[in-house]
Write a protein that binds this ligand. Structure first.
Ligand code: 0JX
Ligand code: SF4
Length: 450
């Protein structure tokens, strides 16, 4: 690798061989650029570059990178700062970064990468160059983030995560959790680090141990199984899911066929179906609503999964009502307040956004519904687990970026996305709040006292 000269010249990478893994070298992506004549320059966009390199199969390390010509040590260096306004107002790269750092005006806009390959062996040169260039192309342009509110954690998720945290504090590791406590990879990974053990089924939990049921709820059969195995159960089922279970029991016990609107295979649906399996029929689409058969059309009720799209569900309910005029439903919507609020908030900004980013994991129903909602408003939308999933091509020409997060996505990930985007250039952030949430659920008895 050759060092990028100062003064804004194009960085150059020596071609060290054909691209493609397996690399013998790793790319060091700068979290901070360290000039020899000024303060360090943070690189908040590092996650973006690191994500591209990881997708390209290039092993990535993170850390400080010395700016070229500053005695950065052995190994070739490419360290570039994008759109760092220098003392003369110029926008440039390495040299400008040094100037910006020295004058204290650097706002942390930057990307830096160093390819390690002291033996001169095959390096990930072309892949790094391609990733770097792709981000350079979209850097520098002023952008606006339209931040939807409410977004991110709901009361049921706050409660579920706190239940696992408290169980770990009170009982020590391991605390077993049946299924993902909520559908978010970051939440699960962090709890795993603290000693939670996530299992698919109860037979993986040793007798007498503590098991937490996830926010999505479980069927009575799972509860019975836990009893039989002598497990100490802490139930993190969201109270709004518990309410749907109670409705299922009530509707079935009055002799109705229960039409459960939801997605087959989803844990919440499995749990609700389990309340009255012989009297419950899953309905997933308007087409299924048009052909579902029930033993007595005069005795039929519907329920819904809590995390569906409000507009799509209304369509299915209409189709059912057209078939079964005596159809009865829950007293208040099963689609919960948090799902509804996040959809309303995104609907308010989706059409004005050039692209929408939804923070959430791909098995999160409510997060996926947000992506689909933005697309129905005619705006391209992308589900991301965090800033590392953002692709440069999504930002090309996008001046207004809608940003939201599903109910299981931690607020810190939204902040990380904003920080990373700020690393690409001037960024204004405007929040659009369509509702204020004050819902809070009490913890279950086993973990109420610390
Ligand atoms: O996949 P879902 O949206 O139902 O769940 P997730 O993403 O874990 O969201 C929070 C828990 C919701 C339960 O109703
Ligand atoms: Fe409860 Fe709604 Fe959150 Fe699900 S999305 S955990 S039902 S508040």
């Amino acid at each position: 690798m050759t060092a990028a000269p100062s003064g804004g010249a194009e960085p150059a990478l020596r071609d060290n061989g054909p691209p493609g893994p397996p690399w013998r070298t790793a790319a060091l992506v700068a979290d901070v650029l360290v000039p020899d004549d000024g303060p360090p320059v943070p690189c908040p966009a590092a996650d973006l570059l690191a994500g591209s390199l990881t997708r390209a199969g290039v092993p990535v390390r993170r850390g400080p990178v010395a700016l070229p010509g500053t005695g950065g040590g052995a190994g070739a260096v490419l360290a570039t700062v994008l759109d760092a306004p220098g003392p003369e107002g110029a926008h440039g790269r390495a040299g400008t970064a040094r100037g910006a750092g020295a004058s204290g005006t650097a706002s942390g806009v930057g990307l830096g990468v160093e390819v390690e390959g002291p033996d001169g062996g095959p390096a990930a040169g072309e892949a790094v160059q391609a990733a770097f260039s792709a981000w350079q192309e979209v850097a520098g342009a002023p952008r606006q983030v339209l931040l939807a509110a409410p977004r991110s954690f709901c009361a049921g998720v706050e409660r579920a995560v706190e239940i696992v945290e408290r169980a770990l504090e009170q009982r020590g590791s391991p605390v077993y959790v049946r299924k993902q406590i909520v559908h978010n990879t970051r939440v699960v990974a962090e709890l795993e680090e603290r000693g939670a053990v996530f299992v698919d089924e109860l037979d993986a939990v040793p007798e007498g141990e503590t098991v937490v049921f996830s926010a999505h709820g479980v069927s009575p059969a799972v509860r019975d199984d836990a009893d039989r195995r002598g497990l100490s159960v802490i139930d993190a089922t969201c109270p709004l899911v518990t309410k749907v279970h109670a409705e299922a029991r009530r509707f079935a016990s009055r002799g109705d066929t229960v039409l459960l609107i939801g997605h087959g295979g989803h844990e919440e649906v499995e749990g609700t179906l389990g309340e009255a399996p012989s009297r419950t029929v899953l309905v997933q689409t308007p087409e299924e609503a048009a052909r579902v058969e029930v033993p007595d059309p005069g005795r039929v009720s519907y329920l819904t999964q809590t995390t569906l799209a409000v507009d799509e569900t209304a369509e299915i309910v209409d189709a059912l009502r057209a078939r079964f005029p005596a159809l009865r439903g829950p007293a208040s919507d099963d689609i919960c307040y948090a799902t509804t609020n996040r959809q309303d908030a995104l609907a308010a900004i989706a059409a004005e956004s050039d692209t929408v980013l939804v923070v959430g994991s791909d098995n999160s129903s409510n997060s996926v519904r947000l992506v689909e909602l933005a697309e129905r408003h005619g705006t391209p939308a992308h589900l991301i687990d965090g800033p590392g999933d953002i692709r440069p091509e999504w930002l090309a020409g996008a001046r207004a970026i809608g940003l939201t997060a599903g109910a299981s996505a931690p607020p810190a990930l939204v902040d990380a996305v904003v920080d990373a985007l700020r690393g690409l250039g001037p960024l204004s952030v405007e929040e659009y709040e369509t509702a204020r949430e004050t819902v809070h659920f009490t913890l279950p008895a086993p973990v109420r006292r610390r």
